[in-house]
Design a binder for this molecule. Structure first.
Ligand code: SF4
Ligand code: SF4
Ligand code: SF4
Length: 271
């Protein structure tokens, strides 16, 4: 038996409900032996990461809800003394609030930053998967139940094969086998607008060819002269723009490493 979370980024509107209800469930509520109360400030067991990518005029805001990943190869478990972190039969990773007292090293053991330090209680704390609810017959954690767009799914891994197909995890290079999966994680984008400086008009239907590592992506400028390549990997690209009656435009060394790219207004000279 192994429970998984699935987050569908395409359905997430960034409403922060998951973050709020986690607070409602755990702040001021001592659910020992699962967890002691989460403090009112400073901890986000469910955290919606907001990232603005690109630059004016091509800007996008991405929302990524994050939680403890309940990793199969959990370094927090290895870093715990006295069995203070354990894996349940359903796969959820729990910090024992009695045994973990004083074990501040657990905070640094999690490369996802999912463990917080409760100074008042001298206790590391994190998402419990709402195990206290599951053990009392509730089908899903509070955050999942509260998501208005069904962007969050929780259930048996074996029952969710279809939804898990093609899903990714955060930072897979760490090799921790996270049990929180993501669908439709946004890739990088490159966008711009082509125009004729002489006529002071945008150019519609310009063919934009993006090249990187032997791969080619094609888009055509729309009614506003805009082209927009979405869901690109991080890397270096070159762009060739062609339009009937105009000289070709070549732009080299476009990097999507670390951010999306707005190329702004691109003039095309008449032949
Ligand atoms: S509640 Fe659902 S839609 Fe709202 S931020 Fe969380 S995952 Fe996204
Ligand atoms: S995300 Fe961090 S706290 Fe959660 S199981 Fe993995 S290593 Fe442990
Ligand atoms: S599963 Fe429960 S503890 Fe974990 S983030 Fe969701 S509401 Fe918070």
């Amino acid at each position: 038996m192994s429970k998984v979370f699935i987050v569908d980024i395409a359905r997430c509107t960034g409403c922060y409900n998951c973050q709020l209800v986690c607070k409602d469930e755990h702040c001021g509520n001592d659910w020992s032996p699962y967890a002691k109360a989460q403090p009112m400030t400073g901890q986000f067991w469910a955290k919606v990461e907001q990232k603005t990518v690109g630059s004016i005029p091509k800007v996008k805001v991405n929302y990524t809800p994050t939680f403890c990943n309940h990793c199969k190869n959990a370094p927090c478990l290895a870093a715990a003394e006295n069995g203070a972190v354990y894996r349940r039969d359903d796969g959820l990773i729990i910090i024992d609030p009695e045994k973990a007292a004083g074990q501040k090293q657990l905070v640094d053991s999690c490369p996802y930053g999912a463990i917080y330090w409760n100074e008042a209680l001298s206790l590391p704390q994190k998402c419990t998967g709402c195990a206290h609810l599951l053990d009392n017959g509730t089908a899903v954690p509070r955050c999942v139940e509260a998501c208005p767009t069904d962007a969050l799914i929780f259930g048996e891994e074996s029952d969710l094969k279809e939804q898990l197909a093609g899903a990714a995890t955060l930072r897979p290079e760490l090799g921790l086998a996270p049990q929180v999966y993501y669908r439709h994680l946004p890739g990088q984008f490159i966008g711009g607008t082509v125009y004729d400086p002489e006529e002071e008009e945008i150019i519609e239907g310009a063919k934009c060819r993006l090249l990187s590592g032997g791969k080619t992506w094609i888009d055509y400028s729309d009614d506003f002269g805009d082209f927009w390549f979405k869901d690109l990997p991080e890397g270096k690209f070159s762009l060739v723009i062609t339009a009937k009656g105009y000289k070709d435009v070549n732009i080299e060394d476009i990097s999507t490493i670390g951010d999306c790219v707005s190329l702004g207004d691109i003039p095309m000279e008449k032949k």
